[in-house]
Design a protein around this ligand. Structure first.
Ligand SMILES: [Zn+2]
Length: 626
């Protein structure tokens, strides 16, 4: 059941953040705020900051931040609703449920969960109790899975028939509509009716982090199986979203937290084999690049990942993309290499768990792995190869947020591969975004205009960093009132921004129904915002007020800058960057047209328009308050 907004607000008001945090963290008053040792990462000097005034917290070490609800969510690993319930119980506030429509949606989801659970049970029974299933069971046994493992992971078998599951589910009271929504059946292309999607396959139920069946992976068993693909998976459903799940996490989360490390393998069978061999801190990526959601999920348990892919896939584009994302999210990433031709599953089966552990112990940092790959391929032997290798390695290093860490890796690479450190540093500068960390970086930001000039297609894959103007704009929005929010929404579009997090925060602020009340950042920190957005907001709010260069250079100190003034200036800078970009594009179009001898007039007209707009912008935006 969903909890009503009024109840959520009541609970928030009744739960003082300092009091709640104090129950878990020893806090010391420092100035306006409180500090203590962060409960989310290991540290010796306190960087965890709590503000009674803002009712927020932010860790300047690991970046975690939020309000009283997210604190409970992160600490107790519970959902938003569970956090609200727990705080409500503490404050003695009765929980009021949401409207019937929401209740209905919730019960619809419950119905789907129920259907998936029943299907999982039926598949498992098929494996254990049918003639056809016995052959599938033999297959699993041949792979080395014990009875205990087969039961633990709920492995099963889908009978090779068009309607076996449909008929069984009908007996269980599951409707065809529900079946469609779980992705267990498909509708016929011609004519009416539905048919079983999984037929004659070994079934791996996929569990959510809280242990509910949400989908299935299905392995080909018979050589006459006409369906393409060794594995087929449930389609995306209201319950099953591949990019938000990690296979096996439900089983391995405790071990991951204990060992402070997650082994990452590719497939279902890899995971089960490794887990069965006693190495339990393991999750499977299901063969896709790691996503932001998966990293957020994993980050609750550990910020260390060891990739155990086979030799080929460890260097594949998808893996590399995922690793760079993990580095950018402050994960430590190491690579465990296996002998040529072996995957985790085969390795564990032939060499056993102890030897596998030994391999894990020999993991190398991802940076080293990349360097070794280049070395092995002979890239370092030619100047071109070396340039390419250095560039690729440095690109990964540039993803790291921590400057100390970056420097450490640069030194390390320089020493090991005999490359001048200064060369590496110069290359790094090219790939570093102008503002590395909004809270910790101090001053010296290149301004937005300079950034867009040097940006000339140089680094297409680095996501746009938060520019000083974007940071100022968000800060102003959080400090300002609803009127300011309306002013901002009507003067700049989210798409005029470049940083994705800033864009979506602006969009959400624009959409939030703040009916004339003074804006409160805590309102925005509830489930509206993603982890990432939340961290950015708490960072901006709890960092010492740091305006971008232009403000700092002013003659006199500005103690409490007027958010209106700040917002207006930020909008001006951002809009100017947008116009400049359009001008540049138009200029390029014009040149192209002249070269081809085609009509240049539209470009010239456009240029006039853009220059006009630029002039108007420089003359100042109209302010309702002036
Ligand atoms: Zn921390």
């Amino acid at each position: 059941m969903r909890i009503s907004q009024t109840t959520i607000d009541d609970v928030r008001r009744a739960s003082d953040i300092v009091e709640i945090v104090s129950a878990h963290v020893k806090l010391k008053k420092r100035g306006k705020n409180y500090t203590g040792l962060c409960p989310f990462h290991t540290e010796k000097t306190p960087s965890f900051t709590v503000s009674a005034e803002k009712q927020m917290y932010h860790c300047f070490g690991c970046g975690k931040g939020g309000n009283v609800f997210t604190f409970v969510m992160d600490l107790e690993k519970v959902s938003f609703a569970e956090a609200v319930r727990s705080l409500a119980a503490r404050a003695g506030i009765p929980i009021a449920e949401e409207s019937p429509a929401d209740a209905e949606r919730q019960s619809e989801l419950e119905g789907l969960y129920q259907a998936c659970r029943i299907a999982g049970r039926i598949f498992h029974e098929n494996l254990r109790e049918t003639e056809e299933g016995k052959k599938a069971l033999e297959y699993f046994k041949k792979r080395g899975f014990t009875d205990e493992t087969i039961d633990l992971f709920g492995l099963g078998y889908s009978v090779n028939s068009w309607d076996a599951l449909i008929n069984r589910m009908k007996d269980e009271g599951v409707t065809p509509e529900q079946l469609m929504k779980t992705g267990l059946v498909r509708s016929r292309e011609t004519g009416e009716g539905i048919y079983d999607y999984f037929r004659g396959r070994g079934m791996f139920p996929v569990f959510s982090t809280s242990g509910r069946v949400v989908g299935f992976g299905a392995r080909k068993l018979w050589s006459d199986d006409p369906v393409q693909g060794k594995y087929i998976n449930s389609p995306e459903t209201p319950l099953y979203n591949k990019s938000r799940l990690l296979y096996g996490l439900f089983y391995s989360k405790d071990a991951i937290r204990q060992e402070d490390c997650a082994l990452m393998v590719e497939g279902y069978a890899d995971l089960i084999s490794v887990f069965q061999a006693g190495v339990q801190n393991v999750v499977a990526s299901s063969g896709t690049a790691l996503t932001e959601e998966q990293l957020n999920l994993l980050g609750r348990y550990s910020k260390k990942i060891k990739l155990v892919y086979d030799a080929d896939s460890a260097g594949s584009a998808a893996t590399l993309r995922g690793v760079d994302l993990a580095l950018a999210h402050d994960f430590d990433v190491e690579v465990v290499t296996l002998p040529q031709g072996e995957d985790p599953d085969s390795f564990v089966r032939t060499h056993g768990g102890a030897e596998f552990r030994e391999r894990i112990g020999k993991a190398v940092s991802f940076i080293d792995f990349k360097a070794q790959e280049f070395l092995a391929s002979g890239a370092f032997a030619t100047p071109e190869g070396k340039t390419k290798a250095v560039r690729s390695i440095v690109q990964s290093i540039a993803k790291m947020k921590d400057e100390l860490k970056r420097n450490f890796y640069l030194k390390d690479v320089s020493g090991k591969y005999d490359i001048y450190e200064s060369v590496l540093h110069r290359e790094l500068e090219r790939w570093l975004s102008p503002v590395r960390r909004p809270g910790s970086a101090k001053g010296n930001f290149p301004n937005v205009e300079a950034e867009s000039k040097t940006d000339g297609g140089n680094r297409p894959e680095v996501p746009a960093s938060l520019s000083p103007a974007e940071r100022d704009l968000i800060k102003a929005l959080l400090e300002g009132d609803a009127e300011l929010a309306r002013y901002v929404s009507s003067n700049i579009l989210p798409d005029d921004l470049t940083n994705d997090r800033a864009k979506s925060i602006l969009r959400k602020i624009g959409e939030s129904p703040r009916s004339g009340n003074p804006a409160s950042e805590t309102e925005l920190l509830n489930e509206l915002m993603s982890d990432e957005e939340r961290q950015l907001i708490s960072d901006i709010v709890l960092s010492k007020y740091e305006l971008s260069e232009g403000w700092k250079n002013m003659e006199h100190e500005i103690d409490e800058p007027d958010p209106w003034q700040v917002a207006r200036e930020a909008i001006r800078v951002l809009k100017r960057a947008v116009l400049q970009k359009k001008l540049d594009e138009n200029q390029a179009g014009l040149k192209e047209a002249q070269k081809r001898g085609s009509e240049a007039m539209p470009f010239l007209r456009k240029q006039q328009e853009l220059l006009q707009a630029m002039k108007k912008l420089e003359q100042g935006l109209s302010l309702p308050r002036e």
